[in-house]
Write a protein that binds this ligand. Structure first.
Ligand code: NI
Length: 164
């Protein structure tokens, strides 16, 4: 296992779209293991591969209160969404800043797991927000690009709001 450096804005890779994963091999398993370690160490709720300089469509997340619900999403896509909610969020790749972002309140996401099995999950509240934030990363979109204008600001201390 290895802790990976997290790219910080304005690194150009962060605004590049990632490529679909085609090979479920040992490299992918090792990458996911390292991404979990990196995400937990950084106290993030989610982490996309592009944030550790790997432009592939995979992200990890854990929105469990006890931080014991690791989830991996390979080639994820939102297949259903409803409602709208504005909430403050941040990003491990833009530390020290937060902003108000309007997101769907509920989403259904389809993806593949590490065993190449397709699955889908319905999420709301924090889970839905984290999934949308991470899928945006896979499309090269940072939260401040879609934040409500004028709401992105420096925060002195981490507020504990969603960051991934
Ligand atoms: Ni982020």
């Amino acid at each position: 296992m290895a802790l990976l450096p997290i790219l910080k804005y304005p690194h150009p890779l962060l605004e590049q779209a990632s490529t679909a994963i085609a090979a479920w091999d040992e490299h992918l398993k090792a990458l996911v293991t390292d991404m979990f370690e990196t995400m937990y160490r950084a106290k993030g709720l989610g982490l996309a591969a592009i944030q550790v300089a790997v432009p592939l469509r995979v992200f990890v997340a854990d929105v469990g209160r006890e931080r014991r619900q690791p989830q991996v999403f390979i080639n994820p896509r939102i297949v259903k969404q409803s409602g709208q909610i504005d909430s403050v969020e941040g990003c491990l790749s833009y530390p020290g800043f937060e902003g108000l972002v309007r997101r769907s309140a509920r989403v259904r996401v389809e993806a593949w797991d590490l065993e190449h099995k397709k699955f889908s999950v319905n999420a709301s509240a924090l889970g839905a927000r984290v999934m949308q934030h991470e899928i945006d990363h896979l499309d090269g979109i940072l939260f401040m690009r879609k934040a409500v204008p004028g709401t992105v600001q420096a925060v002195e201390k981490k507020s504990g709001n969603a960051a991934g």
